[in-house]
Design a protein around this ligand. Structure first.
Ligand SMILES: *Cc1c(COP(=O)(O)O)cnc(C)c1O
Length: 398
């Protein structure tokens, strides 16, 4: 027999679990896209998206996934041959850099490896060396979903200001928005890239750019932009269809409306952030216990540099892969693969996994995953320290 019958939990770092309320809000016939409810509710969605990123500046909504809005950010900011500096802290940073290279941006990558946040001083040094101020933007990933490294964005902005460099600061917050504290205006961020299917709890299909007045100004001289991706008409929203460059993402907007109400009105952003932090601490406490006397370990040693939406870990000798398979077949839980740590063809691939605690996740879901992992380790004979679930429960008490 197996214990898989019951509601399956996809505990991977996106797509995350969508609340039934969000799915039910989407379950309807297509609405009128010229007038009526959908048209009336969209300005409120834009205002709430500003609240999500804590900004009073611009928002553009795209029918796209994260890769789509990566490109949207690039083409609104650059002309071919322009210079950029990208701080890579994992696979997702490199992904954004590769898109820039293919689009003809001269991007310098500062590589911080696979288990460190970006160091503001190294970014400042690179900017200091750019005497002619040719670097148009500093790009980074707030939480890199592969390494789970979290960069202190406010510290990067302070370091940029300290060397008086005029570059914009563009941040991929796809894995952190609605999970980790993120303050666009207070932290001096010029561009935030986001998507619907992670902390925002809506199925994949919507991408977002938040951008500053300064970024808007700079984008007027960017020659790469094409009509569909241009953020200017989307942010202006003078005519309804201009918000979306064509037909509105009708059903997704209803789902998003519901999700924003849940996050902003009902739970409140500070409580959302705290819930993610506590769930993350529970997962870390469990791994610390499993790691006692074994080689099980978290990818990010430095606690302050760990994202709160996903945890990457090593369970050696193929233990991570075996445990993932067992959990999916026997326990009704799917964990994330260890992205960017080893190729699927390499033996080490089976040593890495990620546990997501992102979006619509509560105590029983996370403790359930950890308890199931414990059961899997027992069954599979994976050496592990004791007391993990106990430690996790303690961490949830705060
Ligand atoms: C998921 C993710 C992406 C890619 O988003 P897609 O929707 O899969 O294209 C980019 N950056 C980060 C940090 C992510 O977590």
């Amino acid at each position: 027999m197996s214990y898989q019958s019951g509601r399956h939990y996809l505990a991977i770092p996106g797509p995350s679990v969508s609340p039934d309320r969000v799915l039910n809000a989407m379950h309807r016939t297509a609405p009128n896209i010229y007038e009526g409810e959908l048209v009336d509710m969209t300005p409120g969605i834009v205002a709430d998206l500003q609240r999500m990123a804590l900004t009073k500046q611009h928002v553009a909504i795209y029918i796209a996934n994260g890769h789509g809005v990566w490109e949207a950010a690039i083409c609104n900011l650059f002309s071919r041959g322009d210079k950029a500096l990208l701080a890579a802290t994992g696979r997702f940073g490199w992904g954004w850099a590769e898109a820039m290279q293919r689009m003809g941006v001269a991007v310098d990558v500062l590589d911080f490896g696979k288990s460190s946040p970006a160091d503001p001083h190294r970014i400042a040094d690179a900017l200091k060396a750019d005497k002619a101020h040719e670097i148009r933007a500093v790009m980074l990933t707030h939480v890199d979903t592969a390494s789970t490294a979290k960069t202190d964005v406010a510290a990067v902005r302070a370091a940029m200001d300290a060397v008086c460099h005029p570059a914009l600061l563009a941040v991929d917050a796809i894995a952190s928005l609605g999970c980790d504290e993120l303050r666009m205006d207070e932290w001096g961020i010029d561009v935030i890239v986001g998507a619907s299917q992670k902390g925002l709890m809506v199925p994949p299909g919507l991408g977002f750019l938040w951008f500053s007045d300064k970024a808007m100004e700079l984008s007027r001289s960017a020659e790469m932009v094409t009509p569909y991706w241009d953020w200017k008409p989307r942010a202006a929203g003078e005519l309804f269809y201009q918000y979306f460059g064509g037909t509105a993402p009708t059903h997704h907007l209803y789902g998003l409306r519901e999700a924003l109400t849940m996050l902003l009105e009902e739970e409140g952003l500070p409580a959302v952030w705290l819930r993610h932090e506590r769930l993350a601490r529970a997962v870390w406490a469990a791994f610390d216990a499993w790691g006692k006397g074994t080689d099980i370990k978290l990818n990010m040693a430095d606690l302050s540099a760990r994202g709160h939406s996903v945890t990457a870990a090593t369970i050696p000798s193929g233990g991570a892969g075996a445990l993932r398979r067992w959990l999916e077949q026997e326990a009704g839980v799917t964990l994330g693969i260890g992205l960017g740590m080893a190729l699927p063809t390499e033996p080490a691939y089976g040593d890495f996994l990620r546990v997501a605690h992102m979006g619509h996740v509560n105590m029983h879901m996370t403790l359930g995953v950890l308890g199931a992992m414990e059961a899997g380790m027992q069954t599979l004979g994976i050496p592990h320290g004791s007391g993990a679930v106990d430690a996790a429960a303690g961490a949830l008490r705060g």
